[in-house]
Structures are given as structure tokens and as C-alpha cells.
Design a binder for this molecule. Structure first.
Ligand SMILES: NC(=O)c1ccc[n+]([C@@H]2O[C@H](COP(=O)([O-])OP(=O)(O)OC[C@H]3O[C@@H](n4cnc5c(N)ncnc54)[C@H](OP(=O)(O)O)[C@@H]3O)[C@@H](O)[C@H]2O)c1
Length: 250
């Protein structure tokens, strides 16, 4: 399914290089962008999963947006619900990355307070690069199960404490930048997005508007405390009746 650019600079049937050029990350500074899909009426899921809303064009851009990232970040809820695999990119993506001076694969970064993540999942066991889990300290209230999970996860990932009760998004950004992971591409989910918005830690949003009305009780793409963030439109792509929008913080 061809992807056309409607604005700026209208162009038809963009190839991968044109899509990558049009979604590039500013050099020389830390940058965090989120990627989401929603139906026209704002549903972030169909049957409990975001994948149900996406089509071929959305999946193509979803994959391409990982290509230039130093790290791909997501909340533990999305990892659990969507059954994430290892952050292992295709040969084409790895080749592109190496030609651009990047390692073959980005680092998977998970955000979790509970540490309710399975160390035997492919996210960890098949990881080409050791993942990072941003979490909070044990504290007085840590139960036996969390302590055990912490111990097992420490064998398969770097656990970094980035806050007291909640992981602090600005500290996450600083910790990642300190490890040379300046360009963070985030794939959700809604509670993580709201938490990062609340901290002023989001620079950009890629939003696919799937051409459906879902009604029902599906949640939105940001769920948490109310916070207003003004955004500026950067580009509008179209694939058939679907819109692929790029915004930056205004
Ligand atoms: N439409 C889309 O593009 C899209 C994208 C992604 C996900 N989704 C959908 O969203 C649903 C999942 O929603 P969700 O809101 O639960 O996902 P989520 O934001 O990925 O996960 C929430 C979890 O992330 C952790 N977390 C987030 N911020 C934190 C912070 N500041 N400090 C500590 N931990 C933090 C916590 O993990 P612990 O519980 O482990 O403490 C929290 O329960 C799924 O149905 C998925 O399909 C949709």
C-alpha cells in the first residue's frame, strides 16, 4: 500500500529512505518521541491490542521508526499485553543502521514499578543487546515476590533505579543519555505516555489515525493525570484512508 506525503512537499509513493528522511531525529541533542495508533474516535486498541487497528502502512512506518533509534522504550503493560519479542531488527534495518554509524540493534528499555516481567521471555533470552529496566528501589514495602523477580531480572537485564515511588521520566532520559542512548523511540503505552507527558519528557509524537470508528470502551493513547502539551504539526502522510501524522512539542 503506497504512502503519500500530503504536507509539506506533496509526494507520491514514498520509499523507505524518503520516509526515514521525513521522520528524522534532530542530531546533537537528547530526543524522545512516542509512536501510537488510534481510531478516528480515539480508541487506542481493538480487542485489547493496538495491532488490531494497524494495517500494512502503519506496520511499515512502525518498523521504520525503530531504525534510527538508540533505544526503543516501552511500559511494562505494553510488553506484557502485546507479548513483545526481542528488539532484533531485520537485516535491512541493521545494514542501514551500520551504514549510518549505529550498532545493528537498538537497546530495549522497559519501564516497570512492579518488575512483573518474565525473565524467560524472548524479550530477554533472545535479546541481541542486554535490555535495560527502569524501575524504583526496593523500599520498605518490597514483598518477597518482587525481591525474587528483581534478582532474576538482574541476570538478564540492567536494572536502573530512576525514581522513588514512580520512575521519573526525566531521570530515565538522563540515565539513557549518560549511556550514549540519546535518541529514544517509545512505543507506548498509554500510562507511560501520560507519565512522560506529565514530566515534560516527550519531544515528538507519531500518530496513525486508523480509518475506523470503534465506539466501545477502549482507552485513549494517554491515560493518567490531566496535563496539556501544545503540539506543532510537522508532516501529514496518507495511505489510502489512513493518516500518519507527525507532531513536535510546540
Ligand atoms: N494504540 C497504541 O498505539 C498502543 C501502544 C502501546 C500500547 N497500547 C495498548 O495499551 C494497553 C496497555 O496499556 P498500559 O497503559 O498498561 O501500558 P503501558 O503504559 O505500556 O504500561 C503501564 C505500566 O508501565 C509501567 N510504568 C509506566 N510508567 C511508569 C513510571 N513512571 N514508573 C514506574 N512504572 C511505570 C508500570 O509497570 P508495572 O505495572 O510493571 O509497574 C505500569 O503499570 C495494551 O492494551 C496495549 O495494546 C496501545
Amino acid at each position: 500500500m503506497p504512502i503519500d506525503r500530503l504536507w509539506p512537499d506533496p509526494a507520491s509513493d514514498l520509499d523507505d529512505e524518503a520516509l526515514l528522511a521525513g521522520t528524522s531525529i534532530p542530531e546533537g541533542r537528547a530526543w524522545l518521541r512516542m509512536n501510537f495508533i488510534a481510531s478516528i474516535d480515539g480508541a487506542a486498541t481493538r480487542d485489547g491490542l493496538s495491532g488490531g487497528l494497524g494495517d500494512e502502512a502503519d506496520r511499515r512506518l512502525f518498523d521504520l521508526l525503530r531504525w534510527p533509534a538508540d533505544a526503543v522504550l516501552l511500559g511494562a503493560g505494553t510488553a506484557r499485553r502485546e507479548g513483545y519479542a526481542a528488539m532484533r531488527l531485520s537485516d535491512a534495518a541493521s545494514g542501514w543502521r551500520m551504514r549510518h554509524g549505529l550498532p545493528p540493534h537498538p537497546v530495549l528499555v522497559l519501564v516497570s514499578r512492579s518488575l512483573d516481567l518474565d525473565p524467560a521471555s524472548a524479550m530477554f533470552t533472545d535479546a541481541p543487546v542486554r535490555p535495560i529496566i527502569c524501575t524504583v528501589p526496593a523500599g520498605n514495602a518490597e514483598d518477597k515476590h518482587r525481591a525474587e523477580r528483581r534478582e532474576h531480572l538482574a541476570e538478564v537485564a540492567d536494572l536502573i533505579e530512576t525514581g522513588a515511588d514512580d520512575a521519573d521520566p526525566l531521570r530515565i532520559r538522563a540515565e539513557l543519555a549518560g549511556r550514549g542512548l540519546m535518541h529514544v523511540h517509545a512505543e507506548g503505552g498509554p500510562h507511560t505516555f501520560a507519565s512522560f507527558l506529565g514530566a515534560g519528557a516527550v519531544d515528538a509524537l507519531h500518530l496513525t489515525v486508523a480509518p475506523t470508528l470503534e465506539a466501545g470502551a477502549a482507552g485513549r493513547i494517554a491515560v493518567g493525570e490531566a496535563v496539556r502539551t501544545e503540539m506543532r504539526l510537522m508532516s501529514v502522510l496518507r495511505a489510502d484512508s489512513e493518516l500518519l501524522l507527525q507532531y513536535r512539542r510546540g
